[in-house]
Ligand binder design. Sequence first.
Ligand code: HPA
Length: 258
Amino acid sequence: MLKHIQETTDFIQHHVNSSPAIGIILGSGLGGLVKEMKIQHSFKYSEIPHFPVSTVEGHEGRLIFGELAGKQIIAMQGRFHYYEGYSMQEVTFPVRVMQCLGITKLLLSNASGGVNPSFQIGDLMILEDHINLMPDNPLRGKNESKLGPRFPDMGAPYDHELIRLAKEIGSKHGYRVHSGVYAGVSGPTFETRAEYRYLRTIGADAVGMSTVPEVIVARHGNLACFAISIITDLGFPETLSQVTHEEVIRVATQAEVK
Ligand code: HPA
């Protein structure tokens, strides 16, 4: 894995000479932030050695270097999901490459289902913590001590200062911004009614099929993480209608500006 990470990093550094300190992973229906960027270089995932290729509708699949609000950033437009069949190492490979490119902060967005009954569709939820319910952990296997420690602390996966800033910005704009616990599940099925009740019981406020593996790897690499969900559907009340991928993308896109 180290060899692949190094080869991919070398390939990128051969084409791009900026060294961004911030990485961004854009979730389903949330790739439009790229329109706000001054793009310096854009790679299709299929052009990058050792990069998996994204398969899901609504995920564009580009790694973009450029400037956003005066900062040099790397943005992933579209991410890799465990449910697509990738291993956890493949899902998190881009985070390793960004780590080796020298980022110090990782910002992630995603679409998620509301588990907290006070949430409404279109609300935002800042991740304060997560529960890994995926059937694997990206750090399973031999530890590469060059990348991080064998047993990384997960007591505070999300950076307190970034959370504080985001809350301040959200309230300045008058958005409904919650903070809470994100349960990461494998998917691709949405939850049964019983599973939503279970998630509520174990302390989750939202549920989704991404983010947790990337944050685990980022924390292993000592990156400061910030993640935010758009609540695209609700597990409560139990009478609500079916969840579809199309609806998730529609709500996420509509709430994108927030
Ligand atoms: N469950 C799991 N993942 C999701 C959901 C959901 O309800 N909505 C968007 N991603």
